[in-house]
Design a protein around this ligand. Structure first.
Ligand code: NAD
Length: 253
């Protein structure tokens, strides 16, 4: 599916890259010879161990610790770009749901200002901060950004209203950045449905089965399946920008 030559030697930053969909992107890119800066939360020892293990297997990766929910992430992005000596692709993947069980949409009183603030700052502003810091290098490289939105962006379902709104905002941000950074930089998004990752592992088997039954493909998705589409949007799809690809097994069909 991917041409080795389109990926080898590319300089990439993946936010939230030490687990789930982000880690699947890192593995796929590193296996094809890309050089990858892996962003993760500061003091996340498990993430640091993951980066060390990858580097020990010969992957050309290094750690870029920073909280995308804080404006200080922009300095960390600049540092990563200096270390990479440029940037071809930015994958804005870091995101949080903040809840183990969904907050029913009707329960408006459960949604505190603090909850709204954290979700929007990490899931939406975080992507903007990284894009702003990376824009000069991406323009110079003729690069690409892929934002990880969600099928919940449609507002019909999701773990909470703020989560869905943050992912809907990310779709709008994708289109706005596609316009802002054209013609040098392509900006696209993926909108995954239910994907097996640490984010969804708390959901019980019954719920997972009911989601699978809702999907035309009668199963939930894997992190690798999302990563393949993200890497496609970076390394191919050269005439695509401002687009969102839904990856949900036909659940929203
Ligand atoms: P995950 O929890 O494994 O990955 C999220 C990563 O982001 C984690 O490594 C986490 O430590 C990191 N992160 C969280 N807050 C951060 C911050 N402030 N700064 C830097 N890193 C931070 O879960 P995942 O499912 O792989 O999620 C990846 C992306 O996919 C998220 O944006 C999520 O909203 C989105 N998504 C997931 C699903 C799903 O079903 N798993 C569906 C749709 C969209």
């Amino acid at each position: 599916m991917f041409s080795e030559s389109a990926i080898a030697g590319r300089k990439v930053l993946v936010t939230g890259g030490a687990s789930g969909i982000g880690l699947a992107c890192v593995r796929l890119l590193a296996a094809k010879g890309a050089r990858v800066a892996i962003n993760h939360l500061p003091n996340d020892s498990q993430a640091e161990m993951t980066v060390t293990r990858l580097a020990d297997t010969g992957a050309d990766v290094f750690s870029c610790p920073a909280d995308v929910g804080d404006v200080a992430v922009e300095a960390a992005v600049t540092d990563a770009i200096d270390r990479l000596d440029g940037l071809d692709w930015l994958i804005n993947n870091a995101g949080v749901g903040l809840v183990r069980e969904p907050i029913p949409f009707a329960d408006l009183d459960a949604l505190s200002e603090e909850f709204w603030g954290t979700i929007l700052s990490v899931n939406l502003l975080g992507a903007f901060r990284c894009a702003r810091a990376a824009a000069p290098a991406l323009r110079e490289a003729g690069g690409a950004i892929v934002n990880v939105s969600s099928a919940s962006a449609e507002g019909k379902r999701g773990t909470s209203i703020p989560y869905s709104v943050s992912k809907g905002g990310l779709v709008t941000l994708t289109r706005s950045l596609a316009k802002a950074l054209a013609p040098q930089v392509r900006v696209n998004a993926v909108a995954p449905g239910f994907i097996e990752t640490p984010m969804t592992e708390q959901r019980d088997a019954q719920y997972r089965d009911s989601v699978a039954q809702d999907c035309l493909l009668k199963r939930v998705g894997t992190a690798n399946e999302v990563a393949e589409t993200i890497v496609f949007l970076c390394s191919a799809g050269g005439f695509m920008t401002g687009e969102v690809i839904t990856i949900d097994g036909g659940r929203s069909f």
